[in-house]
Design a protein around this ligand. Structure first.
Ligand code: SF4
Ligand code: SF4
Length: 434
């Protein structure tokens, strides 16, 4: 099997060996109606309503979506437009916490005997991919069995970005549920085999999962190279199965379903208890943090509540939501954190990237897992040449940032690719007269 291009990154995983802690319950949560890929939900509560933990507060008829639930008990204070972590303005339900921690009386284990009931239950749980992509999980499970045959469930435990250890802690602290969740998905969907991919630099997690997986003959654990972007879906499929997800194709086109390990652990917990996705584990780390750790936070916790609680030696100059390679800088301390946030990274100083001319060293090309030519893409974008961008397959860029990371001239290649994709979309729309 040929090896895909990758880069070695420093890990800085100071939070890895710390048990997940809780932050004090916030006084306010702001729960965005869009915490997933797809259609936003519509609030199904009104200002002044009393809500309890786990109560549904937003839903939609759209298939590509997932409902949202109250993460604290209290009173709906406001419903207003707020910029979500993805930079989109969307309806957000603000709840004032009454600190009673009352659970919704509707919470009970769902009926999930058949495949259809199971998929419906997963939808009602509000599950989305917890690795950061936010793809509604029920949509992934509801593939058309007359057209698609899945023979591998692939569990993504790569967590290849520096600092982030939330999936690692899930594997260590919730390993039984992760395995039971995988087994449940395999049983309900009749998927014969599952492979859990974990980077080789996480030997404790590998050893624990290997030991427990003995109980499940069709689930195996595979060491992944500690290389970036090992966790990218197409890269993971190739490493674990040797199959290539071609251009415009999905893992299901090559018989694979990819799921994050934390999502599998959550699904099992939900089927057992009926408690929907109202909290998640996030890593708090960065060079100004004294004691990096993972924390459980209620969905909708405002960024400043996390930053205020973090043990820092000085106020951060930069806050990154997600990893340093693919995450986004936060500019508003009132940003509500959601289902897809796996890390809040706090850094001191501003790193100036002084760009110089390309020296044609080819490092960016050798770093790209999908064999693009970042330097050519940059030239095509600079010339606003839509045809060249299409020929150079800008659509395949995963925005992983590996090319920018290795560039000795500090050229902002991945950043340009994002702009280039947008430019291409706009020029196509113009051509079609939209
Ligand atoms: S950002 Fe795009 S072009 Fe750069 S290495 Fe990643 S996939 Fe390749
Ligand atoms: S890595 Fe940077 S300097 Fe080297 S070819 Fe790519 S853009 Fe040019």
């Amino acid at each position: 099997m040929s090896k895909l291009h990758s880069v070695r990154l420093p890990h800085f995983s100071g939070s890895a060996e710390q048990l997940t802690r809780k932050i004090p319950m916030p006084e306010i949560v702001a729960i965005s109606m869009l915490q997933h890929i797809g259609a936003p939900c519509e609030p199904c509560v009104a200002v002044g309503d009393n809500v309890k933990i786990g109560q549904k507060i937003g839903d939609t008829e759209a298939f590509m979506s997932a409902p949202v639930h109250a993460s604290v008990s209290g009173v709906v204070k406001e419903i207003k437009d707020v910029m979500n972590v993805g930079g989109r303005l969307c309806k957000t339900v603000v709840i004032a916490n009454d600190n009673k921690n009352e659970m919704s009386p509707d919470i009970k284990p769902p009926k999930a005997d058949t495949r259809e009931e199971f998929i419906k239950a997963v939808r009602e749980s509000g599950a989305v991919g917890l690795g950061g992509a936010g793809f509604p999980t029920h949509v992934k499970l509801a593939y058309d069995r007359s057209k698609v045959k899945i023979d591998y469930l692939l569990l993504n435990g790569a967590e290849c970005e520096p600092y982030i250890t939330s999936d690692y802690r899930e594997l260590i602290e919730n390993s039984d549920n992760v395995l039971a969740g995988i087994d449940l998905v395999m049983t309900k969907l009749e998927i014969p085999k599952a492979i859990i991919g974990i980077e080789a630099d996480k030997p404790q997690a590998i050893a624990k999962l290997e030991k427990l997986a003995i109980r499940y003959p069709n689930i195996s654990v595979q060491r992944l190279p500690s290389a970036y972007p090992q966790g990218a879906e197409k890269v993971l499929v190739h490493t674990l199965t040797g199959r290539i997800v071609g251009e415009g194709k999905l893992p299901s086109d090559v018989g694979c379903m990819v799921m994050n390990v934390s999502t599998a652990g959550f699904i099992y917990g939900y089927i057992k208890t009926g408690v929907p996705l109202v909290k998640r584990r996030i890593t708090v780390d960065g060079d100004v943090v004294n004691s990096p750790a993972n924390f459980f936070i209620p969905v909708g916790t405002l960024l400043h509540s996390v930053v205020g609680f973090a043990d820092v030696r000085r106020q951060p100059d930069r806050i990154v939501l997600g990893g340093p390679m693919m995450g986004a800088c936060a500019f508003d301390p009132d940003t509500p954190l959601g289902k897809t946030n796996n890390a809040v990274l706090l850094f001191g100083g501003t790193k100036e990237r002084k760009q110089s001319a390309c020296i044609r060293c080819g490092r960016c090309v050798r770093a790209c897992a999908v064999n693009l030519m970042p330097t050519e893409l940059e030239s095509a974008y600079d010339a606003r040449d839509a045809e060249a961008l299409e020929k150079l397959k800008i659509n395949l860029c995963m925005n992983c940032g590996a090319c920018s990371f290795v560039c000795p001239a500090k050229r902002q290649l991945a950043e340009k690719n994002q702009l280039a994709k947008d430019f291409l979309r706009q020029s196509k729309a113009k051509q079609q007269g939209k």
